[in-house]
Each structure stands twice: as C-alpha cells, then as structure tokens.
Design a protein around this ligand. Structure first.
Ligand code: ADP
Ligand code: MG
Length: 144
C-alpha cells in the first residue's frame, strides 16, 4: 500500500498537490475523498481536473450529484458528491458502481464516508483534516 501525508497551508497549495497527484492516477482507479464540510474536497478536485488537462470550471456537484468532464485524452472524469444521498440504494441508483468500472474514466467521489464497507478497488483514499486556519492535513493511500 502506498501511503503518504502532507500539510497544505492554502487552497492553492492543495490544488497544486492535487494537480501533481493526478499524473499518478490511471483509468479505472477511483479517488475517494473523506473529510468534513470545508475540508478541501472540492478544492482538491479542481486541481485534480487541471492535472488531467481539463480547463472547464469545476463546481461542486452537491445538488447535481454527478458532473462529467472530458480530458483532452478522451478520459471521462466523473465528479461525484454523495453528501445528499442517504442510503446505499440511492448510491446504487446514481450508478456509482457502474461508473467506477467504466473504461477510460476516473471517478472522484466526495463524502466517501457514506460508502462504508462498499468502497471499491483499485482506489486512492484521500483523507482531509482541518488544521488551524488554512492548514489542512492530507493523507493519501492507495489500495489495490
Ligand atoms: P469540501 O468540498 O471538502 O466541503 P471545499 O473545497 O468546497 O470543501 O472548501 C474548502 C474551503 O476551505 C474553501 O473555501 C477554501 O478556500 C478553504 N481553504 C483554506 N485553506 C485550504 C487548504 N489548505 N486547502 C483547501 N482548501 C482550503
Ligand atoms: Mg465539496
């Protein structure tokens, strides 16, 4: 298992980290984001999308649940937010378990806590913890 920890001190640092991290992620690997409201999950996704070459604006899919973006290499980024979903039935209904298996795609999933034991592999887990002010501790794990 790959595992590392970093601390960022600004939104821009989190984005820069995510942008660089994106180069390690392969098609059909899922990036699960854990952490409270305001921890930096959407901010991270902005940098991640930029790292994949997406120039479209990334906005939180809190209300739409899924937003889809294409990279110049024809990879699909599914940006998913489970915040408003309450049951495993609803999570299945949005097609999460199909999307994570789709060829030529990467899913980034906010509020991955909602999946409990249902987290899929291969996956990256990114855990965000609020520090003082603009500090965020970010732990990255890869699980095959
Ligand atoms: P989430 O999606 O986890 O609810 P967001 O990314 O939407 O969180 O919001 C994070 C908020 O915290 C943004 O307003 C951002 O500007 C701010 N922020 C401050 N410091 C950081 C940091 N080090 N990393 C990420 N976001 C930060
Ligand atoms: Mg968010």
């Amino acid at each position: 298992m790959i595992s590392r920890k970093i601390t960022t001190n600004s939104e821009l640092q989190t984005q820069a980290f995510a942008q660089e991290f994106a180069s390690q992620v392969k098609s059909k690997e899922t990036v699960y984001l854990f952490g409270d409201l305001g921890a930096g999950k959407t901010t991270f996704t902005k940098g991640f999308a930029k790292g994949l070459g997406i120039s479209e604006r990334i906005i939180s899919p809190t209300f739409t649940v899924i937003r889809e973006h294409q990279t110049p290499q024809k990879l699909t980024l599914y940006h998913i937010d489970l915040y408003r979903l309450e049951t495993m039935h609803q999570i299945k209904e949005i097609g999460l378990f199909d999307l994570v298996k789709e060829d030529n795609s990467v899913c980034v999933v906010e509020w991955a806590e909602k999946l409990g034991e249902a987290l899929t592999t291969p996956r990256w887990e990114i855990h965000f913890t609020h520090g003082e002010n603009d500090t965020r501790d970010i732990e990255v794990k890869k699980i095959e």
